[in-house]
Structures are given as structure tokens and as C-alpha cells.
Write a protein that binds this ligand. Sequence first.
Ligand code: ASP
Length: 308
Amino acid sequence: MRHLRTMNDLSNKEIMALIEEAMEFQQGKHWAPETPTFVANLFYEASTRTKCSFEVAERRLGLQVLPFEVSTSSVNKGETLYDTAKTLQSLGVSALVIRHPEEEYFNQLHNIQAAIINGGDGCGNHPTQSLLDMMTIYQEFKRFEGLKITIVGDIRHSRVARSNSDVLHRLGAEVKFVAPEEWKDDSYPTDSYITMDEAINTSDVVMLLRIQHERHHSGKAGLDDFHKQYGMTIKREEEMKPNSIIMHPAPINRGVEIASELVECDRSRIFKQMENGLYMRMAVLKNALTKNEGGKEHDNIIKEWEMA
Ligand code: ASP
């Protein structure tokens, strides 16, 4: 792996190798580059988790993090993303973590040699979120094959739904969706949509999504009654299968996607996802910076996964 733009940049084996490496970092593994290595985080959209966890990951790997704020940069003078990336590369920056509102912004960056790590492109993709979600699911169930995972809410505008549904399917899980009519994504087969009650009774993982108000053109439409119809209410949580878990990429709208009391309940893996995000981003950065092909030094997890 060099660039990580979408999950399609990774084979299934590379995904499993990253999960294993992230778990090694979680257990205290140490790695640092041999020579000073600069990275920059370019966030053209708001972020708490992704930006902070990349920064902590970079510092823990001993990388030199270039302070870069879009709001005080020449982006304000109209500099393009390509020119900004090329400038940082000219200064010797080896990896650029980029979040941008434009879908597939990375297509403009073909000539950039620095590793591009996508921190979210509009409604498109969010590969490191997807990887940390895969890590969380794998730690819980030790397999993907045969798991039933339901993604609930604003499917159409969610880059998390897109990245996760494709990869979960590829790894052997059964993926279903629950969404109000106006937030369904027609690119998924109609029979992949189920009711919230069916999701609650049958899913191993119920993955809630934030309502993406900033990507809606019609203000806060669709919110009325959302919690009652599609939210994780206290009653629904009680009806979930034993051992099934609740996930949410956060930020959370408490009382909308999930009852506030359930955010830290026994089934919730929401803060576990955030913790895993740090270790997964360490693994992603290491692989991007070392051009590690993946899969070679992680035979154990690959064998375990192939046998599951
Ligand atoms: N943090 C995730 C993202 O950046 C989820 C969200 O914002 O709803 O896409």
C-alpha cells in the first residue's frame, strides 16, 4: 500500500494484515522511521476524531507533524488542492492526510508522489473509518463470514456506509440497510433494505450513522420522529440478540440516532471504535510510509481469517 484513497486500494489480505498490525500497536509494539519523516494533515472539512487520532498516531510513531490549518493557509488566497499538495511535497512531506468535501478529490492528485491517505471525501469514502470498524468487528467475533450487519440511517449521504458496505460484503458478511425512503441509496438492491425491527432481531452488529445535515439540501427535513422510527431506543436495545453490538462512527446526535443512556451501554462499541482508530491509523501510516505490501509478515491472522 502506498496511497489509501478508497478501500479498493486494499486487498482482503492487506485489510487483515492491517488489522493485525493495529492490534500489535495496541499491545505496545514500537515502530519509528529511521530518518526524520514529515507528514501534514489537510482538513478542508470539520473533524474531531479523524484529525486528532491521526495526529496522535503520527506523534506516537515519531513523525514530524507539520502544523497546517486550512483556515490560515494560502487556500484562502485561492490555492488549489493540487498546488497545496505539490508545495508540501516539495518541502519534503512524505504523507498527506486529506479530508475534503469534494467526492474523489484524490483524482486531481495523480502526480503527487507523497502518500495520500484519505480522511474522508464528501459523501464518497472514509477508508480509515472502515478499517477501524473492521478491526472492532474482528476483535469481537474473530470472523466476518456469516455475520449479519445492518447499517441504519442516512445511507445516501454517508461515506461510512459506502466504505463499510462494500468491504463487509467482500469479507463475507451479509449487509442489510434500514433507512427512511428519502435517504435510501438506489445503488443497493431493494431487497437489502429491511425494517428496524428485523434489524434488531437478527443483526450481530447494528451500525448507526449520523444524520448528515451538512449534506442535505432541504435543511433538517426528515428528522421528525427519526428516533422513534429508526433510532436505537431503550426498548430496541433490550430486544437485540445476545452478544450483538452497537456501533456508530460519531459524532453522535444523542436522542436521535441513539438514546443518550445507551451511548456507553454494554453493547456499545462507540468509544472502542475511537480507541481502535488510533492504532489503525498508526498501522496505515507505517504501511504508507514503508510501502509495505502487506500480507507477508502477517500470516497468522490471514490463516485464522481464512479458516473462520
Ligand atoms: N466521522 C464520520 C465522517 O467523517 C462520520 C460522521 O461525520 O458522521 O464521515
